[in-house]
Design a binder for this molecule. Structure first.
Ligand code: FAD
Ligand code: SF4
Ligand code: SF4
Length: 1009
């Protein structure tokens, strides 16, 4: 099935064994595809999967495009545009697809610039300019400039996921717009493809040059002529209609044009800023750069009410801050609920309702402190109740994190009602904020909903996302009424319907009311001049799209999972709620250091939308809501292309702002897939790896010899599909259980303060008993009585991650039953292998029946079953087990044992993704440091092995592509030796470096005195 597109050299799917190519076989408009393929070098994808992947952005809207092209050059873009212009086919340029107003979805041929056209072409530090392709991610651009202490100044919050073309398209800006303004101020020149396919450049031209250029019949000449006409005839109307506001990105950038003309020259590249792909396609941009500020200082001011905070914005602006951000009472309370910020919120004075964060740019630390002191002297004790300060980088980062900390909770609603964006960035002059906010709240109350208020108070642009259920007609009406009411408000206060995120589908309709009929028509005339047939992102900015049409969740929306979920989904709307949870922000499309660390390794490796959490979530929802053929989610192709490539690292459950748990969704889909299609021999082998390993151990050394004879690996690949590059596991004749039985315990129960049942996980027991022996030695050195339990079975992790949920449930039941008496009697359970520990700590609760009170939506167990009815049912036992199970280093760290160590040397630590997902990763680092080692903990994600995934021949190349990210980090680390608690990670690293690294507990044992 895999095909080879020219130039996809780093693409894991180019491995001949890869059974995926990121698309489906079901191609729409094959004639169009064939024509375009003849004309462009980049990939042309008009298959159903690709179309659905590009049907959404971060907004509340969904429109299926005609197809997607990944251009490699300006010539490709021109060829697509020329072809489409001749046939009147709409075209939509797109960057990261992180727009919040629906401007990056349309029924058009989408041009995704982020794949190939993402290079920094030229950087002139002296002239402070950079020339780049539109697909470059802003964060990458700034990293490339960092050594010169220069930056592209507009700082949209999602700059690490969004692209330069998108920033120009939306005229993006960020928290520091008070200092830097919007993107338009930095666009110097653009190479563009016009609506007829012409390639040209826009930059600054004098009025004389504009007049000269307007002479002729080319499209560019007609554009110049229309711009001249607008300047001659409509300048006054534009001046009257545009709000006097730092933050206005609605409509076309005509106020800047008129202002520039007053000085004798205009820059048409800047007219493109905020045009949302409706005027021309940018293929290259030269942008001016700003110096990175020397240093910064922050103050956090607290207020008794949101109104007081709003009243204080204008006086604070007199202090010339770089940013003023607000958090209302809802977000302050949500921050209090987070472990990380509870202490900060608790330090706020009693009566704090809302806070303002104020940041200053400063020449040095003293200057920053003085600015903060002056602000405090002026505001504290007046309206502001109190203030806190942050000067060093870590403290400031914490304040900024606090500002964003509550948002994930707002965005994690699995109900039908969601906090949607459609009036979330309206702006008013800051002096009107108090009245505006009060009236805004009134509009929400009149429409029976609410929202919290946060973000950029300084320039008057507040983020407000009302809670609305657009699946109901009443919700849709609510949306329309609120949008109408808020438009009236911004008109009344001289504001704008969009101060940041653009018009798109959400705001276009309201531009008419905002600017009035005359300027609305000027917009339309300008659009017609640029794009006579309205083919570029049609309908947006000054077209006919409506706020309440093309909603992702509309009254017509229907959902049918096609099966009864087998796991507990203890959230509102259960399984469906999780499938619908992704709000499309694209947060999973980022580099290691920009996503929270773990999410999403396969996107990083393959750079394909379908390999991101967002891609998978979109595909699942679309399959279950009728955008794909019935039951497509259980189709073989869907399994290969969409679900199988998720390596189940659980990174998204931790790092995604909405906490989309794709690993759990995948387990459900695979389970049902097995039920419908049966399971392969290889899947069954891996699911039963516990039994196989016991056999391998019993037959060792014969079993080891068999795996090492020449040709055995090739045979393994040919017969069961295990990649021939992989070394096969070595079995120990003496398992950990055998060793312990012979050796016996060395700390008597009566002499011990704590008692531990050491769970003999499969890998530790049969393949790497040294780690288990080390655990026993260290625990006993800590005075712990250790026992290995009888009657347990494998943890169920391999079966669980392969979707054999009935089997993993049986294993869970057996282990819970065997371990429950110990736990009830006050013993702790310790596990050496992290993914098995997490099975006990978390996944068993998904498998075992929830109590009635918890509202499980599991279709499999109506009645709780019990291991010991008197002990409160199996679920209660499982919960107790979860609370008393520890990874071995977690255990040592949690109970802070008195141990004497003499370790030395430096280690590089790679944690297991499941432990990271459950926030238990720091313990090993802490224990290793106590043992005397210098430790460099990598900010690494999944190793790519992911249990059996990396063994599978068709997934070997993807596993390596993910692994390479880790290998590079290990190479860059100063540690002399790498340690990794995960068995899979050690295999992956072992295959790479030639020798398996140890488990951290082995190094801890080595350091014992
Ligand atoms: C969590 C979150 C936070 C955000 N914070 C901010 C913020 O602080 N400030 C802010 O301004 N925005 C913010 N946004 C919105 C969005 O991220 C930005 O506007 C961003 O700059 C859009 O970039 P993109 O690459 O995703 O563009 P896309 O969404 O892909 O495209 C945006 C528009 O630009 C057009 N476009 C893209 N490429 C080209 C091209 N080559 N030629 C012509 N037109 C093109 C598209 O047609 C579309 O109309 C946020 C979004 C999210 C999800
Ligand atoms: S999966 Fe999460 S991070 Fe990714 S787009 Fe969806 S909500 Fe955003
Ligand atoms: S579980 Fe891991 S690989 Fe799968 S979608 Fe989430 S982050 Fe990506």
């Amino acid at each position: 099935m895999a095909t080879r597109d020219a130039g996809e050299t780093d693409d894991p799917a180019r491995d001949d064994r890869a059974n995926y190519d990121y698309r489906s076989d079901d191609v729409t408009r094959p004639g169009l595809v064939a024509d375009l393929r003849k004309r462009v070098e980049g990939e042309v994808r008009f298959d159903e999967y690709s179309r659905q992947l590009y049907a959404t952005d971060a907004s509340a809207y969904e429109v299926t495009p005609i197809g997607v092209v990944f251009p490699r050059s300006t010539e490709d873009v021109a060829a697509v545009m020329t072809y489409c212009a001749e046939r009147e086919i709409p075209v939509l340029p797109r960057g990261g697809g992180t727009s919040l107003a629906g401007q990056s979805v349309n029924e058009a041929v989408v041009l995704d610039f982020t794949h190939h056209m993402d290079a920094l072409l030229d950087f002139d530090p002296e002239g402070r300019t950079a020339r780049a392709q539109p697909g470059i991610v802003l964060g990458d651009l700034n990293r490339a400039l960092a050594d010169s202490d220069l930056k592209f100044a507009p700082d949209p919050a999602w700059g690490d996921k969004s692209a330069l073309g998108g920033a120009i398209g939306n005229n993006s800006t960020g928290a520091h717009s008070l200092k830097y303004g919007k993107t338009d101020a930095y666009v110097e020149e653009c190479e563009v493809v016009l609506a007829d396919g012409t390639v040209t450049r826009f930059g600054e031209v004098t009025m004389d040059e504009l007049r000269e250029g307007a002479d002729g019949d080319s499209l560019k000449a007609r554009i110049y002529a229309e711009v001249l006409r607008i300047l001659d005839e409509e300048a006054e109307a534009v001046r009257d209609a545009f709000p006097r506001l730092k933050r206005n990105v609605s409509g076309y950038n005509l106020d800047r044009l008129v202002e520039e003309a007053e000085d004798g020259a205009v820059n048409l590249a800047r007219l493109l800023a905020g045009s949302e792909g409706t005027l021309a396609i940018v293929t290259e941009a030269t942008v001016s750069l700003e110096p990175v500020p020397e240093t910064k200082s922050m103050a956090l001011l607290t207020y008794g009410s949101l109104n007081d905070a709003m009243e204080d914005v204008a006086p604070i602006l007199d202090h010339d801050p770089a940013a003023v951000e607000v958090l209302d009472d809802v977000l302050v309370e949500l921050a209090r609920d987070t472990e990380e910020f509870r202490d900060v919120v608790e330090m706020l004075p009693e009566g704090t309702d809302s806070v303002l964060l104020v940041e200053f740019y400063a020449e040095d630390d003293a200057d920053g402190r003085e600015k903060v002191a002056r602000l405090r002297g002026d505001r504290e004790g007046d309206r502001a109740l109190a203030a806190m300060e942050a000067h060093d980088e870590a403290e400031r980062a914490r304040f900024w994190k606090l500002r964003k900390s509550g948002l994930p909770i707002l965005l994690s609603r699995t109900t039908d009602a969601k906090h949607i964006s459609f009036i979330e960035d309206a702006a008013v002059p800051p002096e009107h904020l108090p009245e505006y906010v009060a009236e805004f709240q009134r509009v929400l109350e009149e429409n029976d909903t609410f929202a919290s208020v946060y973000a950029h108070a300084g320039p008057g642009c507040l983020h407000i996302r009302p809670l609305i259920d657009t699946k109901s007609p009443a919700g849709v009406n609510q949306m329309a009424a609120i949008a109408d009411g808020v438009t009236d408000l911004v008109v009344e206060y001289g504001g704008s319907v969009s101060g940041e995120h653009g018009d798109g589908r959400a705001r276009t309709q309201w531009n008419r009311k905002l600017y009035g009929e005359r300027v609305w028509n000027v917009f339309r005339d300008l659009k017609t001049a640029f794009d006579p047939d309205w083919l570029l992102n049609p309908g947006q900015v000054c077209g006919d799209v409506s706020t309440t049409e093309n909603l992702r969740f509309s009254p017509d929306y229907g959902f049918d999972a096609g099966f009864d979920p087998a796991l507990n989904w203890e959230n509102d709307n259960g399984f469906q709620g999780m499938v619908e949870l992704c709000h499309g922000c694209g947060g999973c499309r980022g580099g290691q250091e920009t996503t929270g660390g773990v999410m999403c390794p396969t996107y990083r490796a393959a750079d394909e939308e379908i390999t991101s959490t967002r891609g998978r979530a979109n595909m699942l929802r679309q399959a279950m809501s009728g955008s794909l053929p019935d039951d497509e989610q259980f189709d073989v192709e869907f399994m290969h292309e969409v679900m199988e490539l998720c390596i189940g690292c659980k990174g998204c459950a931790r790092d995604c702002p909405s906490e989309v748990d794709m690993a759990k969704l995948k387990a459900e889909i695979e389970h049902e897939y097995h039920r419908r299609h049966g399971a392969s021999l290889r899947d069954r082998l891996f699911a039963n790896i516990g039994r196989l390993s016991a056999l391998g151990s019993a037959l060792a050394p014969l079993s080891n010899w068999a795996t090492k004879i020449p040709g055995s690996r090739i045979l393994a690949e040919k017969t069961v599909g295990i990649a021939s590059e992989r070394s096969l596991p070595t079995f120990h004749r003496e398992s950990l259980e055998d060793w312990f039985e012979k050796r016996g315990t060395r700390v008597a129960e009566a002499d011990a303060d704590r008692r531990v049942v050491l769970f003999p996980d499969t890998y530790t027991n049969y393949n790497h008993p040294e780690a288990g022996k080390a655990a026993v030695r260290v625990l006993e050195a800590a005075g712990v009585h250790v026992r290995l339990p009888s009657g347990v079975t494998a943890s169920g992790r391999p079966a669980h991650s392969k979707g054999f949920l009935d089997k993993s449930r049986e294993q869970a039941e057996r282990n819970v039953a065997a371990l429950a008496p110990f736990v009830r009697d006050g013993w702790d359970v310790v596990v050496v292998e992290p993914s098995d520990a997490v099975m006990f700590q978390s996944d068993y609760l998904d498998l075992l029946p929830a109590s009635e009170a918890s509202g499980s939506s599991s279709g499999q167990y109506a009645e709780p079953r019990s291991a010991d009815p008197e002990a409160g049912g199996i679920r209660t036992e499982a919960e107790r087990l979860a609370a008393n199970t520890y990874g071995v280093c977690e255990y040592l760290d949690t109970f802070d044992f008195d141990l004497a160590f003499g370790g030395s040397g430096s280690l590089t630590y790679h944690g297991h993704c499941h432990q990271k997902a459950t926030k238990k990763d720091h313990h090993a680092v802490s224990v290793l440091r106590r043992a005397g080692y210098e430790v460099d903990p990598l900010d690494s994600g999944c190793c790519g092995m992911a249990g059996s995934f990396g063994y599978e021949a068709e997934h070997y190349s993807m596993s390596q592509a993910v692994g390479r990210i880790l290998f590079e980090q290990v190479d860059a680390s100063a540690g002399a030796e790498v340690v990794a608690p995960g068995a899979s990670c050690r295999t992956q690293l072992g295959d790479w470096q030639g020798e398996e690294p140890p488990h951290p507990i082995e190094k801890v044992a080595e350091a014992l005195r």
